[in-house]
Write a protein that binds this ligand. Structure first.
Ligand code: NAD
Ligand code: TYD
Length: 336
């Protein structure tokens, strides 16, 4: 089975490829990634050199390249992880978010239609549902209501994927997952940023009152759900993915401080994010009852594993902070 995986050098995509290629030899994966600041080929060392893995540096908005890859590798399946993914960056500048997340998805959908593919999985997000109050959960029926440039670009892509199913009969499935954590997450997102600041005795910038709530899932649990929806999800359907682990941001920060033996003096409450969504919480009954998925990692244990991973992989994050990681492509692929 030939699968085009996009954005496979990012946090979730690289964990996905490493996981799938360690478990299965019935797939051939072409990883198309632009290697933006968030893409790091060093994440893929476990997969590098495998005969059923091919990396291609390129942009999903590039029609000619995408068409060429579909033809060259007889692509029959697409899993679209590629995106600009950081809400704060989308607030600073939205254009690249709409270009990659909307136009890029359209390019992939059009190629998928031309080549009559078997399955298109869109990795969407719970952020398309907007924000919850103190109670309630997002279900697949919750109306799409977006607040940030990031979430609006992801919602547009999600709706386009549904439109291609309704209009052209393209066999699509969509996953909407909650906040991920785990190894290989770029250190601008809450958990790795707080871990690294703690290790460097730098202040921990908590937005607003620290009481915004996110529903956390370990990246491997997310990826196992993506694999299952890809294989067994009903065409045209949306599946929420979440591990029912709601935490206020300040709780996460204190847990990290505690684990690293630092004091709460490091916490610094800073100006809130504009339009900051208050609470996300996922109802994942559908994927659990229909497909038999459930999260297998317990939060405290997986957080401990994550913190230990950052402690043990100083070279990985130091090379990100110094910018060295961006030279890896030239070293690895420069003369090809
Ligand atoms: P990430 O920012 O770590 O990785 C994104 C990857 O996409 C990078 O490797 C980047 O180089 C690549 N990319 C960006 N623009 C591209 C383009 N134009 N062409 C080709 N490649 C491009 O993101 P992530 O956290 O791994 O998220 C992956 C997907 O999962 C995204 O679609 C995101 O919206 C979704 N998602 C993320 C979370 C989360 O908590 N991180 C939760 C739910 C859904
Ligand atoms: P983030 O990791 O950016 O994910 P998202 O905004 O997609 O949920 O942020 C998670 C939460 O942490 C969010 O409520 C914003 C908050 N946050 C901080 O308080 N300080 C920070 O430095 C960052 C990056 C996030």
């Amino acid at each position: 089975m030939n699968i085009l995986v996009t954005g496979g050098a990012g946090f979730i995509g690289s964990n996905f490829i490493n996981y799938i290629l360690s478990e299965r030899d019935d797939v051939f994966i072409v990883n198309l990634d632009k290697l933006t600041y968030a893409g790091n080929l060093e994440n893929l060392k476990p997969s590098e050199g495998k005969k059923n893995y091919q990396f291609v540096r390129g942009d999903i908005t590039n029609n000619e390249l995408v068409d060429y890859l579909f033809k060259k590798y007889s692509i029959k399946n697409v899993i679209n992880f590629a995106a600009e993914s950081h809400v704060d960056r989308s607030i600073l500048g939205s254009e690249v978010f709409y270009r990659t997340n909307v136009i890029g998805t359209n390019v992939l959908l059009e190629a998928s239609r031309r080549y009559n593919i078997d399955k298109f999985l869109q990795v969407s997000t719970d952020e398309v549902y907007g924000s919850l109050g103190a109670t309630g959960l997002f279900t697949e029926q919750t109306p799409i209501t977006t607040n940030s440039p990031y979430s609006s670009s992801k919602a547009a892509a999600d709706l386009m994927v549904q439109a291609f199913h309704h209009t052209y009969g393209l066999p699509v499935v969509i996953t909407r997952c909650s906040n991920n954590y785990g190894q290989l997450q770029f250190p601008e997102k809450l958990i790795p940023l707080m871990i690294l600041n703690c290790l460097k005795d730098k202040k921990l910038p908590v937005y607003g009152d620290g009481m915004n709530v996110r529903d956390w899932i370990y990246v491997i649990d997310h990826n196992k759900a993506v694999e299952l929806v890809f294989e067994k999800g009903r065409v045209g359907e949306v599946y929420n993915i979440g591990a029912s682990r709601e935490m206020a941001n300040i709780q996460i920060v204190k847990l990290i401080l505690n684990k690293l033996g630092k004091t709460e003096d490091l916490i610094e409450y800073v100006k809130d994010r504009p339009g900051h969504d208050r609470r996300y919480a996922i109802d994942s009954t559908k994927i659990q009852t229909e497909l038999g998925w459930k999260p297998s990692f317990e939060f405290e244990q997986a957080m401990e594993y994550t913190i230990d991973w950052y402690l043990a992989n100083k070279t990985w994050w130091e090379r990100i902070i110094s910018g060295e990681y961006q030279k890896y492509y030239e070293v690895q692929y420069g003369n090809r």
